[in-house]
Design a protein around this ligand. Structure first.
Ligand SMILES: N[C@H](CCC[C@H](N)C(=O)O)C(=O)O
Length: 269
């Protein structure tokens, strides 16, 4: 069966988008997803995004990491699918309903209210999630935030100097994080600007991470390091993050369609 796809990215965090609303696609298993995402033998992407019809939303968005694991949230992909939709949208995700709208500066997504409880992250046992009494080879005292998905955030003098390709997988798979974790290393440049690199759960180093930018901005605000509206600069470019008085996070940034194509499903099944 030939399947159509759209290759998209948000600041270089790239996606293979399958629109199953009109054209049904065969069952997506973790193994099939990982084969499609493989950059050498597949199409290649950080995440696979499957759009489905939804009863109480404009559509449902399923997010599958490059390792085949289905996860709750993806900020950059949310902007991408809303750009495809071309109008304000309510999107059903495993983390709940998201609201988003295209605008002059890209797409703005209401990412909802972040959670900070140790069991909301989740962590394996109770601890202060604003400054956790843990460390890994020089990365110490992270914050933890759940923005639909779990994030650990380390504030460091120079995020570019951190060997994230080595420490990322170690922290991602630490038993402290029963659902694993996205690993963020951030440098506060000014009260309105944060530099960020992310090792993503199930995808590795990416050019950008929307949920990572949201989690990092909120953690920095909770620590009094930045204002309530900041620019988060990732390797792929900047995102604007605001944390409103209503406790909801607004993320604004670009999304890009790269190309469209088709592939033979049986090649990956
Ligand atoms: N790796 C993330 C999912 C994708 C998040 C990232 N691509 C974003 O833009 O938020 C996780 O397992 O929670």
């Amino acid at each position: 069966m030939r399947v159509s796809f759209i290759k998209m990215h948000g600041l270089g965090n790239d996606f293979v988008v399958l629109d199953a609303r009109e054209e049904a696609i065969p069952a997506m298993t973790p193994a099939i997803a990982a084969r499609i995402a493989d950059r050498r033998t597949g199409i290649g992407c950080d995440q696979l995004i499957v759009l489905e019809a939804a009863d109480n939303a404009d559509f449902r968005m399923r997010i599958v990491n490059a390792d085949g694991g289905e996860v709750e949230a993806c900020g950059n992909a949310t902007r991408a699918v809303v750009m495809l939709h071309g109008a304000p949208a309510t999107i059903e995700t495993a983390a709940g309903l998201l609201h988003a709208r295209p605008g002059e500066y890209g797409v703005t997504v209401d990412m909802g209210v972040p959670r900070f409880g140790w069991d909301d992250i989740p962590l394996s046992y109770a601890m202060d999630t604003l400054s956790m009494p843990v460390g890994w080879d020089g990365l110490e005292n992270p914050a933890a935030v759940n923005v639909g998905n779990p994030h650990a955030i380390f504030f460091v003098p120079d995020c570019d100097a951190v060997p994230l390709e080595d420490l990322g997988p170690t922290i991602e798979h630490d038993p402290l994080f029963p659902r694993r974790v996205n690993v963020n290393v951030a440098t506060i440049e000014t009260p309105t600007r944060i530099r960020l690199r992310v090792w993503e759960r199930g995808a590795g180093l990416t050019r950008a991470c929307g949920t990572g930018a949201c989690a990092t901005a909120v953690a920095a605000m909770r620590r009094g390091l930045v204002e309530r509206e900041v620019e988060v600069v990732l390797p792929g470019g900047p995102l604007q993050i605001a944390w409103g008085e209503d406790e909801r996070i607004a993320m604004t940034g670009p999304a890009t369609e790269a190309y469209r194509g088709t592939f033979e499903w049986s090649h990956f099944a």
